[in-house]
Design a protein around this ligand. Structure first.
Ligand SMILES: [Zn+2]
Length: 375
């Protein structure tokens, strides 16, 4: 394998984002290693740079590099790596470009415990892309030889990984839906049963930065539990939820789904719903109420995501809510972000780029349906 020599230091911003990841996962990466971000950054700054042997890489924890190295031929390593990167929503392409352009790259960060166990702390995607392209990337090694013994933590670590973060069931949207996404989930027998599932859902959702909601059947549990978590807001947990009122229909909501990665579907939803759930004493009313624009957008998405997740529990996906354009005989078409669309609020109409539609939908505008032209 070709050694990569043109490495560079992390920028200040990169130090912050790399270490944020640690504090997000510290409980199971290296409990109690450091307590402040500054302390961790200093540790990384002073860590020596080494080239690990391929065997050491294969044995390393908290990374998928072993799976890639075991894939065999280079094309298989690339295939496996790409698949994993997609699953984690990581950018594979720009790192391939970095290799092709011979760009300088910061080395991944690895922890080594007293018994020489290695655990990756940052740079998994980098390591996957470079290794699968036959480039031997050096790593920064933090020798953590105080109270942390990875071996002793290993069992606990594995157990938590298994119970906390689950694999999301996905299927290429053009194929048939996986049957568990079509089945109606069973109600939970108790709130406690639902709460346990909700913990797994929230932890799994945290791993997928672009996701704002998840339903139990998406992680293979056929029970009526779903969670919605808009960044910077309190996560919402719903056990045996049902929507008891829906008002204010909105059309053309650009939705995605963790079970259909990369797909966007324009749906019809409601911007005001009332939900009942076994873990809520009172009815929950969702929809934009805040005067603050950002907050009201968040409230709207919370409301839409809740409809999306409760649909999952009833065996429906976003495709079942796809905006129907009845007058058009062809397949309902996808609207591109830069495509101009006509919107109306009942009295006025205007044309805007589709990507700018969100604030208008909030104010009661909707897409003008294309009309059939009789000739
Ligand atoms: Zn979904």
């Amino acid at each position: 394998m070709n050694k990569v020599n043109n490495i560079r230091d992390y920028t200040n911003d990169e130090y912050i984002s790399e270490t944020e990841e640690y504090f997000g996962n510290s409980e199971y990466i290296a409990p109690g290693l450091v307590h402040t971000q500054e302390e961790l950054i200093n540790k990384i700054k002073s860590a020596p740079i080494e080239y690990l042997s391929l065997d050491d890489m294969k044995e390393m924890h908290n990374t998928d590099i072993g799976e890639i190295l075991n894939a065999g031929k280079q094309e298989d390593m690339i295939r496996v790596g790409k698949q994993l990167a997609e699953e984690y929503e990581r950018d594979w392409g720009s790192l391939v470009n970095a290799i092709n352009d011979n760009k300088e790259i910061p080395p991944p960060i690895v922890l080594r415990d007293t018994k020489d166990k290695l655990v990756l702390m940052g740079g998994n995607t980098r390591l996957m892309v470079y290794t699968s392209h036959n480039k031997h990337l050096p790593v920064k090694i933090i020798d953590y030889d105080k109270e942390f013994d990875f071996k002793a933590e290993e069992q606990e670590f594995k157990k938590r990984e298994e119970t906390m973060v689950r694999k999301i069931i996905t299927e290429d949207a053009s194929k048939h839906y996986p049957s568990i996404l079509k089945d109606i989930c069973e109600p939970c027998k108790s709130v406690e049963e639902g709460e346990k599932i909700a913990v797994d859902l929230l932890n799994t959702l945290t791993k997928h930065k672009s996701g704002i909601g998840l339903a139990a059947n998406q992680i293979g549990i056929n029970k009526k539990v779903c969670v919605v978590h808009i960044p910077k807001r309190e996560p919402l947990v719903f056990i045996n939820p049902r929507i008891v009122a829906k008002e204010q229909e909105i059309m053309g909501v650009p939705e995605g789904c963790l079970s259909f990665p990369g797909e966007t579907v324009h749906t019809t939803r409601h911007s005001l719903i009332t939900v009942e759930a076994d873990n809520w004493e009172e009815k929950v009313v969702l929809g934009p109420t805040s005067e603050d624009k950002q907050e009201s957008t968040d409230e709207l998405w919370e409301c839409i995501a809740t409809q999306h997740e409760i649909d999952h529990l009833n065996g429906k996906t976003m495709y079942d809510r796809e905006l129907k354009r009845e007058p058009i005989k062809r397949e309902s078409k996808k609207i591109g972000r830069n495509e101009k669309v006509e919107i109306t609020n009942g009295t006025d109409t205007k044309k805007i780029k589709y990507k700018k539609i969100e604030p208008f939908l909030l104010e009661g505008w909707r897409l003008v349906e294309e009309e059939q032209v009789n000739v």
